[in-house]
Design a protein around this ligand. Sequence first.
Ligand code: BEZ
Length: 219
Amino acid sequence: MAIRLGDEAPDFTAQTTQGEVKFHDWLGDSWGVLFSHPKDYTPVCTTELGMAAKLKPEFDKRNVKVIGLSVDPLDSHQGWEKDIEETQGTAVNFPMIADSDKKVADLYDMIHPNASDTFTVRSVFIIGPDKKVKLTLTYPASTGRNFDEILRVIDSLQLTSKYSVATPVNWKDGDDCIIVPAVTNEQAKEKFPAGWKEIKPYLRVTPQPNKVKGEGQSA
Ligand code: BEZ
């Protein structure tokens, strides 16, 4: 069955390029990004894995652990990683699940038979420290994902979880945020000392809380 937002991320034990991973234990208190690739030694995947590796400092800053998956075996992953380092200029610095028996792919519904009955689609699952699924994305094999967007969503999710704000259309880090409807004006006075602009009673805009001096981070 498809995994929906708010579901607990299915737990599993799998062989990876960095040894056996028991998924929930491996996540610990971190956020997680689990993403699948159609196949080893393919061009689009090669660029994606290089980019995910280059962005490790950005993931670390956000307390996010990244793990990849394809349904090829470990020796294939290991050979391919040499090519990724050679062509993308960065060694793969996160575990890659060798899911030859498709156990994890099936658990996460990553094989869409009308697209391909053998390879996984490009799935992304962002998982919170509570092990709940916060985002799902599904891309076709021929379209590489945008990892800037994945970081942007993580920033938005983390702002919501810490400050009770949502982020508007095309929001970028540093832009104003929206006070979530569940927060009353009375509560907002406490939570948002920088104040807010009430465009409509349901549309209240406030400076990004972790950019406001005295609200978690200096401006
Ligand atoms: C790729 O990763 O480059 C790819 C995989 C399957 C189909 C098309 C592209």
